[in-house]
Design a protein around this ligand. Sequence first.
Ligand code: FES
Ligand SMILES: [Fe+2]
Length: 382
Amino acid sequence: MRRERQVELLARVADAGPRLTGLFGETSLVQPADAYTDPARFAREQQVLFRDGPTYLGLSAECAEPGAFISARLGGVPVVVVRQGDGSLSGFVNACRHRGAPLFEGDRGTIGARVACGYHAWTYERDGRLAARPMSEGAFDDVALNCDLHRVAVAERYGIVFVRAGGTAPIDIDDLLGGAEDDLGAFGLDGYAHIESRTNTWNMNWKLLLDTFTESYHIRWLHKDSIAPAFNSDCTIFEAFGRNFTSIGLRKDVFDELGKAPEDQSLIPYGTIQYFLVPSGLVVHQLDHVETWRLEPVDVRTTRAVTSMFAPEPPATDKAVGYWRKNLDLLLQVVSSEDFPLMERIQQNLDSGALPEVVYGRIEPPLVYFHQAVDKLLAAAP
Ligand code: FES
Ligand SMILES: [Fe+2]
């Protein structure tokens, strides 16, 4: 993040007052609870947001070398993105053209020059062209159909990869980022190294999972025994960019920085800088690393989440790898012992139908914006 940006954001904190009330949003929002529970709404979200897209898939560092791939199920569609020999990315429907078996196994991995289907060994080039149908001489001669893999749109910039699971209409990343490219570009994400990813499935609506990270209001109480001593719980810095938004959580000692001359000020050591890439991504810049979340809604109350850790450079020793893994352990430990179990219970309460609505306050501006942005996207879609 450019120095002037950091100084500008710190000035906003200084102007916000000791309880950060100046960071509050303009309005609160009362949201019907069925936004989290209605299967018809969920089906529409899957189609409009996750299938028609575009959606965040991952960081370039997850598929840096030729043959490296990331796969996911977005809007129900199995997609895979593969790094080509020339450094570009190609996106496909991850299904064999013979009878539909998945081709690329796992959330990520690396193939050689070709990939073979595990069912009858139809074999494809990295670029999706059908290369061979072993042991089948004469068996498919009368099939006129082109059997190359079906393509999906993929776009990559600032070290971030987006796909459109539902088709090949091009993705304009700058248009999508709506101004955040300046910050994101300055982070140099394409230089990071992927350390590890872990996948967990949670019994909550995908929006509830993202809600967890939108506000700091809960820190004082829910995290009183873990992160509360170090983190401010009054408000976060919020900025919208298109459908996406930033929520910057602050450390308590950020106020020490405000006394310094602007040219000596830095926000980075005090901020958990979160970019919400609606609907599927969350990219979090911490002082010395980057964490990402990618969401795959399974059904209205089930969400698969892939959490990844990235280091600013490839770790040189096992000890360094251990250090980053421990960071990932810690992150997952706090959310899976404190945040997500509560969110799952909230989902159950909302599912009961006994609570017609929930309330997002002016103290939670990213939360308000997130739901307004999703509602707007759904309303605008044909
Ligand atoms: S389904 Fe892939 S080779 Fe038959
Ligand atoms: Fe939390």
